[in-house]
Structure formats: C-alpha cells, structure tokens
Design a protein. Sequence first.
Length: 346
Amino acid sequence: MNDIRLTQFSHGGGCGCKIAPAVLQDLLARAPAGLMPPELLVGTEHADDAAVYRLNDRQAIVATTDFFTPIVDDPFDFGRIAATNALSDVYAMGATPIMALAVVGMPLDKLPAEVIGRILEGGASICREAGIPLAGGHSIDVLEPIYGLVGLGVVDPVRVKTNSGAQAGDVLILTKPLGIGILSAGLKKNLLTPDDYAEMLTWSTTLNRVGTHLAEIDAVHAITDVTGFGLAGHLLEVCRASRLGARVRFEALPIIEKAAALVRDGISTGASTRNWASYGAEVAMPANAPEWQRKLVTDPQTSGGLLIACAPDALERVLACVRAVQGSEGHVIGQICDGPACLAFV
C-alpha cells in the first residue's frame, strides 16, 4: 500500500480539478431553467456555496456536494481533506451540518481494497469530528479515484449567510492562509519537507465550523469559502452577487511560508492559469506586480478558509469568534466598496 501514489492516477488534484469558471458559466447558461418554488431560498442564481430550502419559519435545509481527485498520496489524508472541503460549503451558509453521504468513484483494477478503505476511513474521521453521521452514499468503478461528500445541514432561514449580502464599507476577513494549491504542486515535484506537508494537512483539514457561529452575528453580511477558483474568483462572485466592488491589500494577505517560496520559484497549478483566463479581465493588479502574485490570488484552495464581509463595527467580534472557534487568527485583507462588480489588488 505504501508504494501507491494516489496522485499518479489523477490529471489534476483537489479543487484544482474543478471546471474553469468561464467554462462552467457557459455550461450552466445552456442548461434549461428549473423549478423555482418560493421555499428555495438559495439556488444557482449567484453561484453560492450550497442550496437552501425552507422547511418552515424556523428551519431550512442546506444541501451541497463536493468531490475531487487526489491532492495527496496518503489515502487517509485524501479522505480527510475531501470531507473537510465538502462540509465547508455547509458552514459557509451559516448552517450546522447534520448528516453526510459519501460519493466514491475508484479504479478497482488499480487500487487495493485496503487503500480504498483508508480513504473512506479518513472521510469518516472528519464526519466524527464534525459531530455528524456518515449515513450512506454511492460508489462506482471509474478510471480516476474520486471521493467526497454530500453534506446536509440546517439553519434558521433568517440566519442564512450568502455571497450576495455584502454592503459598501464592509471589511473583508480571511480565516486561513493561501497557498494550498501551490503546496500540492510542490508535493508532486517532491519539494515539500515533512513539516511542509504537515502544515498543508493542518490547514486543509481544519473545519470551517466558525461559519455556524458567524450566522448569529447580524453585522456579518456575506460569507463564502475560498476553494477551486482561488481568492480572486470567489471574491468576484461576492462582488457580482452583491453588485459592488472590492479592494484588497496584497501585503495583508496571509500566505503559507513554503507556498510563498515555491510560487516565487515558478511553482503553481494549471488551474491557476485557467482561473485567470476565466476572470482576469475583471481583476486589476498593479502594473509592476510580479507574475507570482497573480498565481497566488488565483491559486485553488483545498480546503480553504472562509471569506467574510462584515460591518466595521463588528470586526473585533468576528475576529474574536474566529480565534475562539478555529484556534487561529483571522486576517483583515480589504474592503467592499461602491462601484462596478470588479476586484482591485493594491
């Protein structure tokens, strides 16, 4: 089992294997319009993190699914990362997870049952950490290993946090450092030390459970999680949905130290290039900005932190909440501003 490298079976790993934003937008535009019952509070209209369906005046169900190909070689770690990433969408809506279903696709002629079992164990361990049952799922025989979850949660309908509620003047807070995709590219090239890998694993398996607590703060106007489209892509989704602009101070961005070193040396993912091709026209960067900065803000995160827009007078409360629940600091990176739905790094 130790001789098997899971990443050798996949053409792209983690959230880096997502369909590029522009391609996805075109595909969705071609799909026929579905039913829009009044109980469907959040659907596909703003590229939000999960669907929300109101059950009654006090309860809404939050539903999402997320799965991908291996980002690391260790099967147990792959399962943990994939499960953490899938539950992140539930937390990003301000909901409390209640149950998960496994999504499993494995090349049965290439992977021993022991390896597949360890992937499933990794995912189950994160569900236990989140306090929810892994209650079933579906499995198929495919060419590349795929694993993830269907995540289900509940939330008070008035406490739902979407990506469309940002207000001009809101402060932007990021709860995890950037660079997971860059580290994954470095891992494939054998450029990570055991300590580098441990840090990658720490951040990619930290549950974004603080989102549930942020739902109680009225002055938190919008939340999304930063995953496959990178910080720039997911912040642009907030800007488009809220019909506002955003300014981000590049020097304020939290960056994993090893990732910063690797990207300066030209190490990045192919997904970063696809992301920029999809939305780069809507992102302004200083004329003299080096290439590595663009690679960093488009880097796919697996599993990234929450991006929060809150009123300035709630800033300290939000930061204290992140610190108390996550055990690490949130970072103020910029501000929502009036103007067209575009993003500027300064």
